[in-house]
Design a protein around this ligand. Sequence first.
Ligand SMILES: NC(=O)c1ccc[n+]([C@@H]2O[C@H](COP(=O)([O-])OP(=O)(O)OC[C@H]3O[C@@H](n4cnc5c(N)ncnc54)[C@H](OP(=O)(O)O)[C@@H]3O)[C@@H](O)[C@H]2O)c1
Length: 337
Amino acid sequence: MLTMADGLKIGIVGATGAVGQELLSLFDQRSTQISELRLMSGPRSAGSTISFRGEDLTVALAAADQFDGLDVVFFSAGAGVSKSLASAAVDAGALVVDNSSAFRMDEGVPLVIPEINWSVAGEQKIIANPNCSTIILLMAIAPLRSLGKIKRIIASTYQSVSGAGAIAMQELIDQTRVVLDGGEAVPESFGHQCAFNVFSHDSDVDGNGFNVEEQKMFEETRKILEDDEIGLSVTCVRVPVLRAHSEAILVEFEGDAPSVEEARRVLSQADGVRIVDDREANHFPMPIESGGEDDVFVGRIRKDAASSNGLWLFASGDQLRKGAALNALQIAERAFS
Ligand SMILES: NC(=O)c1ccc[n+]([C@@H]2O[C@H](COP(=O)([O-])OP(=O)(O)OC[C@H]3O[C@@H](n4cnc5c(N)ncnc54)[C@H](OP(=O)(O)O)[C@@H]3O)[C@@H](O)[C@H]2O)c1
């Protein structure tokens, strides 16, 4: 059985994007053994070069005939690309780790956060990475299940612009400069100005008033926690932050909520979670500190003031890392361990 240590033949579809670039830097940080690296993009960047470990690699146009011989292919180019090309990668014998929403809710496709539900991965040839806001939410609350049954979750997100990709990050930088210089910002990636603004998440809103991001968090949480009764109501909002999403989370238990001390103890022992909870210094999770880090930061742990069964948390995690590239790489690391 091939392992990571043998040096894998790896493909990345979407290598020039925000998630693809993060994956490349994680390969270096985690000393991923790679015997071949095939980088793919859309027509915009095809033919360009990316320097990796001292070699200039030419980016190919992603196509069904590009996957021969690869052990694993990371897809991060949107759901449409995954739907049209993932089966070709599987047919070529590769494990597909998909960052898009294409297969997440498909029966038979495991939706995996390794620290929480690696056991569902099995021998499947497509493994889906959950939505980034779902990953950050569940990293913060899943460990608390050892303290009592979770009945309902109410959350509000503060999502960075990098959740919408590399071009959106540049847009926030450019718009900030334009506005500071007295100019007028012209929104392109979003329907609204992102610099100096806060707006409802840029995904379609359904007849009940929830947008697609909020629905994803609801459906994916139920699938990952294997609990069709858990209630979840979320408000997803974009904030002018470059990277790392934050979330204010109320966790409601079936009985009384655990104490703050119990919750802090369990969370401090959870893999991939870092407690940042200093009331005296008023120091809690912030994107400026969680950005670029692997852990999801959790703090502001406090009992709900309105009911005995609620516990509040504030979480912040780099959604390009744990919310996308890192989670995907951890899946591959476990699959080839
Ligand atoms: N950003 C996040 O925080 C995040 C988190 C979780 C999941 N995701 C998901 O990950 C995926 C990528 O997101 P991103 O933020 O990295 O987006 P991005 O920065 O906009 O990058 C998109 C990538 O897809 C490539 N692409 C575009 N059209 C293509 C096509 N027809 N065939 C092949 N490749 C094509 C682009 O290549 P060109 O350079 O040629 O345009 C680029 O490499 C999306 O499905 C997104 O929902 C993103």
